[in-house]
Design a protein around this ligand. Structure first.
Ligand SMILES: Nc1ncnc2c1ncn2[C@@H]1O[C@H](COP(=O)(O)OP(=O)(O)OP(=O)(O)O)[C@@H](O)[C@H]1O
Ligand SMILES: [Mg+2]
Length: 281
């Protein structure tokens, strides 16, 4: 690379919470589309054997997909060659996907005896990441080895939290896992922030949960200004293999995810600026 030329920087973000149904997959897809609409090159990684992201993006028969994340990770464990681009699917809203299916479940079992088992995903997707500006990893609802692998290769983790009673239950455990990964496996890992999802605007619950989150974690972690409202169109859109932007671009959920993407972009730029200041000092 010539002197003065900027090194392309890919930001890898895991979307994680071991609690089920909090909007991780919807957030991964919607954030991905919003970043792609903003001109970024985006790759999504389905790191859940349920394969919901793959299905939400329109690949309904995911058991028939020949090359998935599990294939890439299995080849990495057995030290066999594979071109990781063989796994990449192209979605018509301008972003790419490494899909998953149930094979990822058996792969997780075989990780137990693998060498460098925490780094298998990082090694498996390594050749893909520098072709993109953003890689978003949709984590499964557990803190097992696949999620640890996702955290091991990420620059930051974004935590969607559903606006409901007992929303913060389990958050401590999740944050402890993040800190442990940072200490033992990936010192670069940061908490990008907490995103309040599935907000019912007719009740005061969201306000109370926001207050609770900000009192408990507010001085340690960022709570995104944007919160995602609940709207029936979200489930309708993904059942059609479309994002909310293509299904109903005027919905309040589209505009919320757009605002959220702008916050993520601004944070990314601030960090890039900070690290280039450190390098040039
Ligand atoms: N803003 C929203 N408004 C209405 N429904 C939503 C919204 N976001 C997500 N949903 C619906 O809630 C359900 C759970 O969402 P999603 O699959 O994104 O959660 P998840 O955290 O990925 O779940 P899992 O833990 O099983 O992976 C889905 O049926 C989805 O369509
Ligand atoms: Mg999911």
């Amino acid at each position: 690379m010539k002197g003065g030329e900027e090194v392309p920087k890919c930001e890898i973000i895991a979307i994680a919470n071991q609690k089920g149904g909090v909007g991780k997959t919807t957030t991964t897809f919607s954030l991905g589309v919003a970043l792609a609409k903003a001109g970024k090159k985006v790759l999504l990684i389905d790191a859940d054997p349920q394969g919901d992201l793959t299905t939400y993006m329109g690949w309904h028969n995911n058991d028939e997909i020949p090359v998935t994340l599990a294939t890439l990770m299995e080849r990495t464990i057995t030290d066999k060659d594979i071109n990781a681009f063989e796994s990449v699917l192209h979605h018509n809203e301008g972003l790419d996907l490494v899909p998953s299916n149930l094979d990822l479940s058996s792969l997780e079992v075989s990780l137990v005896n693998a060498m460098s088992r925490e780094y298998t995903m990082k090694n498996a997707i390594g050749s893909l990441t520098n072709k993109y500006d953003y890689v978003l990893i949709d984590c499964m609802p557990s803190l097992g080895m696949i999620t640890i692998n996702a955290l091991a290769c990420s620059d930051k983790v974004i935590i969607p939290v559903q606006s409901q009673f007992l929303a913060t239950k389990g958050m401590g455990h999740l944050l402890q896992t993040v800190l442990k990964v940072r200490k033992q496996i990936n010192p670069n890992l940061k908490v990008g922030g907490i995103l309040l999802t599935l907000v019912d605007e007719r009740t005061n619950l969201a306000k109370n949960i926001r207050k609770e989150l900000s009192e408990t974690y507010g001085n340690v972690f960022k709570l995104f200004d944007t919160q995602i409202p609940r709207a029936i169109k979200v489930a309708e859109s993904t059942s059609q293999g479309e994002s909310i932007f293509s299904y109903d671009k005027n919905s309040k959920v589209s505009s919320a995810y757009n605002n959220f993407a702008m916050e993520v972009l601004r944070d990314g730029e601030k960090e890039l600026h900070r690290s280039s200041n450190i390098q040039t000092r």
